[in-house]
Design a protein around this ligand. Structure first.
Ligand code: AMP
Ligand code: MG
Length: 335
């Protein structure tokens, strides 16, 4: 059975309902893999306390073993059971932003499998704001390790059919909960060191976190202009479409699109380019929230359409656009 897309390899894909969530929980408890919606992107879940199940995530994604996973919990108590210490700032942030797109890195409790942590003494925790994700975690009765449900380095899935296309029969069951809302992956904040540090920008801007817990550093690899610094778990090339993606200032888009005979698509934010000469153009919303929500679906569409080159306007400056700039820089990085 395959309700998400008729023309792809047979992974089972069911609309998320009470019975299918119960079935998914049984798959997870017996060590299988289930893809499920969160408010950011679809996750590829496994029982986070079962090292063999977690190993299957790495195999299915083709993910390097030095890239640790996030454990997803249903509430603050679920998180506290997984850490060696729960600082007051974690409590404040969790009360304000959970369930939501905030991942906190904290000192790990001794029973967290090494494979989840990729050998680090810390563990990354998040409580997702999606009723299907929360119901699944509760029904399974375990924290769920769940990176984005796509092959490593590919575009993250914002719809169930993206998961089926990318992972096919590598996943035992896909729960279809419709398109995801926030569109890009969670903000990751490392609270295991001082000052606290944003490791990955996401839907929650650093200033929102700073307002509650004081000054926060943003890791330079997450904000650098131009070339991206590589670090474990934050590979420079990531989120990449098959098409060659180039980021350009708006005024040079048209000129560049005239070069080369391949199929080229221009992408701008907010307003189209006037007089594009009939060239193919796509538009992303002019506000950061809307653009984040639409980005991955656009990249999936352009790949499916067989586009060779994507020439995209460099996103605006400013904190609200930080996560989008980060993802696009990585998507544009050379293989
Ligand atoms: P993904 O699940 O693909 O969104 O990636 C999860 C990301 O969380 C990794 O790439 C790391 O950057 C980060 N992460 C997970 N666990 C840890 C940890 N223990 N310490 C630092 N970063 C972590
Ligand atoms: Mg990912």
């Amino acid at each position: 059975m395959n309700s998400c897309s008729p023309d792809v390899p047979p992974s089972r894909c069911l609309p998320a309902t009470e019975p299918s969530i119960a079935e998914a929980a049984a798959v997870l408890r017996s060590g299988g893999l289930v893809a499920f919606p969160t408010e950011t992107v679809y996750g590829l879940g496994a029982d986070g306390l079962n090292p063999e199940a977690v190993a299957r995530i790495y195999t299915a994604k083709g993910r390097p073993s030095n890239n640790p996973l996030i454990l997803h919990v249903a509430d603050i108590d679920g998180a506290r059971a997984l850490v060696a210490s729960w600082p007051p700032e974690a409590q404040v942030l969790a009360e304000r932003f959970w369930p939501g797109p905030l991942t906190m890195v904290l000192a790990a409790a001794p029973h967290i499998p090494e494979i989840v942590r990729a050998g680090n003494p810390t563990v990354a925790l998040r409580c997702p704001a999606h009723p299907v994700a929360l119901a699944l975690i509760r029904a399974t009765g375990r924290p769920l390790a769940a990176p984005s449900a796509n092959r490593s380095q590919g575009i993250s899935p914002s719809r169930a059919e993206h998961v089926v296309k990318s992972l096919g029969s590598r996943v035992d069951l896909v729960l279809d909960g419709g398109p995801t809302k926030a569109g890009v992956e969670s903000t990751i904040l490392d609270l295991s060191r001082r000052p606290f540090r944003v490791l990955r920008p996401g839907p929650l801007a650093p200033s929102l976190l700073e307002a509650l817990v004081g000054p926060i550093e943003v890791w330079s690899g997450a904000v650098a202009d131009g070339t991206v610094q590589a670090a474990p778990g934050m590979a420079s090339r990531h989120y990449a479409p098959k098409a060659h993606l180039e980021l350009l200032p708006r005024p040079s888009l048209l000129a560049r699109s005239q070069e080369g005979g391949n199929r080229v698509v221009l992408v701008t934010f907010g307003t189209p380019l006037p007089g594009s000469g009939g060239g193919e153009q796509r538009l992303l919303p002019g506000n950061a929230e809307g653009a984040m929500a639409a980005l991955y679906a656009l990249l999936h569409d352009l790949d499916a359409a067989g586009v060779d080159r994507i020439l995209m306007e460099i996103p605006p400056d400013g904190e609200a656009w930080m996560a989008l700039r980060d993802r696009l820089r990585r998507a544009a990085a050379k293989a």
